[in-house]
Ligand binder design. Structure first.
Ligand SMILES: [Zn+2]
Length: 722
């Protein structure tokens, strides 16, 4: 169903031939492969874009792109959750086949053949820029990408229970910087994936967007739209847009309160599975494609357009011939699932199929909707039309079985360190035991309980610990084995300084599900704070017994050994931690500290620099790197590092103090004195240290020193918390 009224020719072969016949005939016969750019916008409902009929939208860039593209008005995602949905986009497989059923707990199996792998093998240079921790490389969607820009450690610390993310302008900057480099040589065509996360809660729109938009969600979308525009217009200005197969889509939508769901991930209604899909390609006539399509069709369509093999090994259909009018647009059944209700909250899983104008949802209380007359899915027709429902139910089973032909073995759990906690908290991952707490409950019925848990999390985010505790105890009263609630209760204990309460709830939680390595880690950290090294060690070892890749536990076990003075044992643990997760900055810092104690300045320096490379805001590593540089005689580097520390921590005294020491030992005592004067008014300057530090001896003999001493007030303690 191509809407021909909106057709408008883009630059096609025929046009070029008229201009430069000989060259173009050659290029049409043997075309260079076009670049491929896929932009996925997390959590973007189709019907919140102007081009999908939302008149209040502020999405001029995407709307403009839509006018130059084939716009698919009925595109469905295979899951309302980030990692499973993206896995479908990039493998062309449904979740039963690619095996990624949820965020955090699953990684894409090595056996999967991704679009990036196919294009790399076909001579493309392949690059990805992702904006959220849930797409980190440990989940293995980086297969086939030469570079995978997922380092979010330099981003702001996320709020409690929230996901670490990178704002769209910064991700677009990274893309454009990379693009600049590519554009200088253009030795190979590129395949690039850019992922934006800003439309995902919590929204951080600009004031201007907020003033114009009807909701913070729409304001966030407006912000992403601008970044899409920057990318598209850059390609256009370099004359590359028509030589690029450009796809814009979303991994899922957002419920915005429909069916009682505020965000996404539990239900499989159109609010969260209906997504935008635009394909802009020079030889495609811009049009609206109204027939049903799925995100699994993207990969075979790209491969088909490029004339590459592999599309038939997916669950999808090559839409190219239908787009070009060379075959009738097929009536493709659309599959979606959510296992989050099962693996996350202990409810029943949900499976949905859309076909022939109906949608059937398999659940303890099944649902059937007439999408043409009831697009909001409010009137369940299952009781009136049981035969229609039964037919779709059977078709659903068939689709899932058919998908299993391509089944990929999922990789083992890739979770490490704090990832899991933030995922769990977001509702992205609840431990196994909670499943048994509400097992078999229809998500529709269990929603009030889930919402109460959410309310408790929101209260905890606002540090309203007592109010959060009240809600959590209500949840636990109904589902006593609800480990998510028990873990948040434990957190309330930690945050209110009630260690006994924290330990009690975490132990209750472990009694229900002993596989929660993160909980052992928290108990280990509590023991460490109390100086009980033996107990802490046991907890961290228990965590490792469950997840041998838990880098944070390794870092802490190494720290325990170093506190005991067992340097070599500490180093061994740190090395293991680095091997388990080379992007984890803290373990490099610990190793740096170990070398620093040994006065191995070069090794210490190398490790601190590694930390700074991953997490440029780690002020402790910056200062320590400065101290190494000073010992190595690189005084300019040391000075620059201390100054950087001062910028990072203007309220602290340590960077300035170290810079003064550098001046003094470099034979500039007067400058040391002037530098320390900057600390006047700081609340915690250690005058005792200034009095006895041998580095500062030359400064203390200056006539101006007594005046300086007067200016500084001693309240003295190390103010840099770990
Ligand atoms: Zn998502």
């Amino acid at each position: 169903m191509i809407d021909r009224r909106r057709r408008r020719r883009l630059i096609g072969c025929a046009v070029i031939i008229a201009l430069t016949p000989v060259l173009s005939i050659l290029s049409c016969k043997r075309p260079e492969r076009p670049n491929v750019l896929i932009i996925t916008i997390d959590t973007l409902r189709a019907d919140h874009l102007g081009c999908y009929g939302f008149t209040l939208a502020h999405t001029p860039a995407i709307d403009k792109l839509a006018r130059e593209s084939v716009r698919f008005s009925d595109a469905i995602s295979s899951a309302p959750i980030t990692m499973p949905s993206h896995s479908s986009i990039f493998t062309g497989l449904y979740p039963p086949a690619h095996g990624v059923r949820d965020n955090g707990a699953y990684a894409l199996g090595e056996g999967a053949v991704t679009l990036a792998e196919r294009l790399r093998d076909a001579g493309y240079t392949t690059h990805a820029f992702v904006s959220a921790l849930v797409l980190n490389r440990r989940y293995n969607l980086n297969q086939g990408f030469e570079t995978y820009d997922d380092d979010l450690w330099s981003e702001a610390e996320p709020k409690l229970f929230m996901i670490r993310e990178r704002p769209a302008p910064k991700t677009a900057d990274h893309f454009l910087q990379w693009f600049d480099g590519w554009n200088r040589t253009r030795t190979k065509p590129f395949f690039t994936w850019v992922h934006f996360f800003d439309a995902h809660q919590p929204y951080h729109p600009t004031q201007d967007d907020l003033a114009l938009a009807v909701s913070p969600y729409d304001a966030a979308i407006a912000g992403v739209d601008r970044q899409v525009g920057r990318i598209v217009e850059t390609l256009r200005s370099k004359g590359l847009l028509d030589n690029t197969l450009l796809i814009v889509t979303a991994d899922h939508g957002e419920s915005l309160g429909e069916h009682g769901e505020q965000t996404h991930a539990i239900f499989v209604y159109d609010a969260t599975v209906r997504v935008p899909l635009l394909i802009r390609y020079a030889t495609f006539t811009p049009a609206v494609y109204g027939n049903p399509v799925r995100s699994v069709d993207i990969m075979p369509t790209v491969l088909g357009i490029l004339g590459l093999p592999g599309g038939d090994l997916t669950d999808g259909h090559d839409l190219g011939p239908a787009i070009r009018g060379k075959e009738p647009a097929p009536q493709l059944p659309q599959y979606s699932e959510s296992l989050l209700s099962e693996v996350g909250f202990g409810m029943a899983p949900l499976y949905a199929i859309r076909d022939g104008g109906y949608k059937f949802i398999r659940a303890p209380r099944p649902e059937l909707y007439d999408l043409r007359n009831d697009p909001r899915e409010l009137n369940n027709l299952q009781p009136q039309l049981p035969r229609v429902a039964a037919k779709l139910d059977a078709e659903l089973t068939q689709m899932m079985n058919a998908s299993m032909r391509h089944s990929v073995k999922a990789a083992a759990s890739p979770m490490t360190r704090e990832t899991e906690e933030s995922l769990q908290a977001l509702g992205y991952l609840a431990p196994h035991a909670e499943r048994t707490a509400m097992q078999g409950m229809d998500p529709k019925d269990a929603l009030p309980l889930h919402n109460k848990l959410e309310e408790a999390r929101h209260l905890a985010q606002q540090r309203k610990w007592a109010a959060a505790e009240v809600k959590l105890l209500e949840v636990v009263a109904v589902t006593p084995r609800n480990v998510s609630a028990l873990n948040v209760l434990g957190l309330v204990g930690v945050k209110t300084g009630d260690g006994d309460k924290a330990v009690k709830y975490y132990q209750q939680s472990l009694a229900v599900d002993s596989q929660q390595f993160r909980v052992y880690g928290v108990l280990g950290a509590i023991s460490l704070t109390h100086g009980d090294l033996d107990r802490a060690q046991k907890y961290f070892q228990a965590a490792l017994a469950v997840n041998p890749h838990f880098a944070e536990a390794m870092a802490n076990l190494g720290f325990i050994e170093s506190l005991r003075g067992h340097g070599p044992a500490a180093e061994q643990w740190y090395r293991k931690g680095i091997a388990a997760d080379p992007t984890f900055p803290r373990v490099y810092r610990r190793l740096g500290d170990l070398y620093f104690e040994r006065k191995d300045w070069a090794q210490a320096y190398a490790n601190y620099k590694k930390v700074i490379q991953i997490e440029p805001t780690d002020v402790r590593a910056v200062v320590q790197a400065g101290n190494c540089a000073r010992r190595l005689g690189h005084n300019d580097e040391a000075d620059a590092l201390f100054r950087r520390g001062e910028v990072l921590r203007p309220e602290g005294w340590i960077p300035t103090y170290n810079r003064a020491c550098l001046m003094a030992v470099a034979g500039k005592p007067q400058e040391a004195l002037t530098t320390l004067e900057n600390l006047a008014g700081h609340h915690a300057v250690p005058i005792g240290l200034i009095e006895r530090d041998t580095d500062l001896a030359s400064m203390r003999s200056l006539p101006g020193y007594p005046a300086l001493k007067k200016k500084l007030t001693d309240t003295g303690d190390d103010d840099i918390a770990d």
